[in-house]
Structures are given as structure tokens and as C-alpha cells.
Write a protein that binds this ligand. Structure first.
Ligand code: FMN
Length: 260
């Protein structure tokens, strides 16, 4: 019971630990205070703000500077027309961030034989670009959420997005970055795994996994607080089904490649 209470309280106290003082470094404050936003106001972000955010993506670092990403942008109206529903959480703009090994296929023929490595690099690079855009948005006072499931917006709806966005083989829609001005912020912070479980010194620490019971209980409590009517087990099942479908659809394109 005491453990349950401790884990409940942790949801409100498990903040990043400052070594320097808050306010000493603006960028550290910005990174520590960033939270995923699930409630946007009606206020739209300006084209200039969107432009700057996309530039932050374009200037992200990437393996061998290959820039293996594509950003497909949407206003509210464009999203409504293409997806036949509003942007999730009523965001102002959305960017589908793709890992893209297609655009360079004719330039880098030498790498044709290593699709898994190419994709791994592309996924990593596109993730960096997405994070650069998120941080640029924060600096402009714009909040965001990256989506992979909610509203058919990412990798878990791969087959549907491939068709809807006319994606060629070699382009994986990793996530949709939804942007807008913040409405109400939920209290609490999604629990982080303990520092001792993730930060390892000189070699891999195989005991790290045993330190996660509290974190898992915190995740469960957090889910119950935000989705009181839903079942955690059903949610996991839903993910499993969607992940299996996406896995099959993506694997198909690797086997198509093998046959070419
Ligand atoms: C690639 C990616 C996909 C995500 N997909 C979803 C999603 O589909 N729905 C959702 O509500 N949150 C989604 N999230 C937000 C995470 O749940 C959130 O980042 C995590 O709980 C940590 O919270 P914080 O971002 O406020 O620190 C996603 C985050 C990332 C990075």
C-alpha cells in the first residue's frame, strides 16, 4: 500500500534533476520543461513560425549528412481534406515525419544491398529532425505532440498512410508532429525509468531490468488516471494487433526489394 502511494506521488514529483539552478541555462530549462501537449487552443501558428520549425528539421544532424527524412506538412484544412477528420487534439498544423531511403536511391546505389542498415540510419536521422523541430517549436512558445498511434498518424498505420499519402517503398511514416498553442496542461509528468537503470558505467549493466517494477506500476497508475474507463491490458492488445499488421506490411517491402 505504501509502495502504491509512493508510486502515485512519484507521478507528480519525478522531475528532471537540476544540478545547475533553473534559469541558469535557457535551453536546459526548455528541454526539462517540455511536455507532450494533448490540448491545443483554436489559435493558429503563423506560416513564419512553421517555416522556422521546418528549417530546424532540415538542419538537424544526420549520418554522413544524408538527410534521410521527408516532412509532409498540413494545415487544418489540408489535414481535414486528406484524413477526413480534424488534426488530433485540434492542433493547428501537422507534419508527418518520414524516414526516407527513397529519395537517394539513384544517388547511393552502392548501399542497395543493406536496406535494414539504411532504414536504421534513416529512422535515427528522422527522429533527430523531429526532435529538432520540437525544440524549435518550444523556443517559439509552440507546443507539440509526436504521434505514432492516435488517429492513424504513424508507423502503426503504415499500410493506410502509405496509400493515403502516396508513399513509395523506402519511405516510412514514423510519426506525426502536431503543433499548436497550449490549452490546458495535465498535471504530473510521465514517469521516467530510474537513472540507475538507464545510465551505465563502462559496460552494460544486466541488472538494470530488475529496477523497473516501480516504474511499471507508475505507468499503470498514470494510465488509470488519464483513462479511467479503459483497460491497460486492452490497450496493450490493441498495440500488439496494430504492430503485427504494420510489421507485416513493412516486411513485405523488404521482400519486394529482395526479389528486384
Ligand atoms: C515517436 C512518438 C510517438 C508517440 N505517439 C503518441 C501517440 O500516438 N499518442 C499519444 O497520446 N502520445 C504519443 N507520444 C507521446 C508520449 O506518450 C510521450 O512522449 C511520453 O509519454 C513522455 O511524455 P512527455 O513527452 O510529456 O515527456 C509519442 C511520442 C513519441 C516520441
Amino acid at each position: 500500500m505504501l509502495r502504491l502511494l509512493k508510486n502515485f506521488l512519484h507521478l507528480f514529483t519525478g522531475k528532471p534533476e537540476y544540478i545547475h539552478k533553473p534559469g541558469d541555462y535557457k535551453t536546459i530549462d526548455l528541454i526539462f520543461n517540455r511536455r507532450t501537449c494533448r490540448s491545443f487552443t483554436d489559435e493558429e501558428i503563423s506560416p513564419d513560425e512553421l517555416y522556422t520549425i521546418l528549417e530546424a528539421g532540415r538542419f538537424a544532424p544526420s549520418t554522413v549528412n544524408l538527410q534521410t527524412w521527408s516532412f509532409i506538412t498540413f494545415t487544418k484544412e489540408e489535414w481535414q481534406n486528406r484524413f477526413e477528420r480534424p488534426i488530433p487534439f485540434k492542433g493547428s498544423n501537422a507534419i508527418v515525419v518520414c524516414a526516407d531511403t527513397y529519395r537517394l536511391k539513384d544517388v547511393l546505389v552502392e548501399f542497395k544491398e543493406t536496406p535494414v542498415i539504411n532504414f536504421s540510419f534513416a529512422i535515427f536521422n528522422a527522429g533527430l529532425a523531429a526532435m529538432n523541430m520540437t525544440i524549435a517549436a518550444e523556443a517559439l512558445g509552440i507546443k507539440s505532440i509526436m504521434l505514432s498511434e492516435t488517429g492513424k498518424t504513424g508507423l502503426l498505420d503504415y499500410a493506410w498512410l502509405k496509400d493515403t499519402l502516396n508513399l513509395p517503398d523506402g519511405v516510412l511514416p514514423l510519426t506525426t508532429l502536431v503543433l499548436g498553442k497550449e490549452g490546458t496542461r495535465m498535471p504530473g509528468i510521465p514517469p521516467r525509468q530510474p537513472r540507475a537503470a538507464v545510465v551505465m558505467r563502462t559496460t552494460y549493466d544486466h541488472r538494470a531490468g530488475t529496477q523497473l517494477q516501480d516504474w511499471f506500476e507508475q505507468m499503470f497508475i498514470g494510465f488509470k488516471m488519464t483513462h479511467p474507463m479503459s483497460s491497460f491490458a486492452k490497450q496493450i492488445d490493441m498495440y500488439k494487433t496494430k504492430m503485427t499488421d504494420a510489421e507485416k506490411a513493412i516486411a513485405q517491402q523488404f521482400s519486394r526489394k529482395g526479389k528486384q
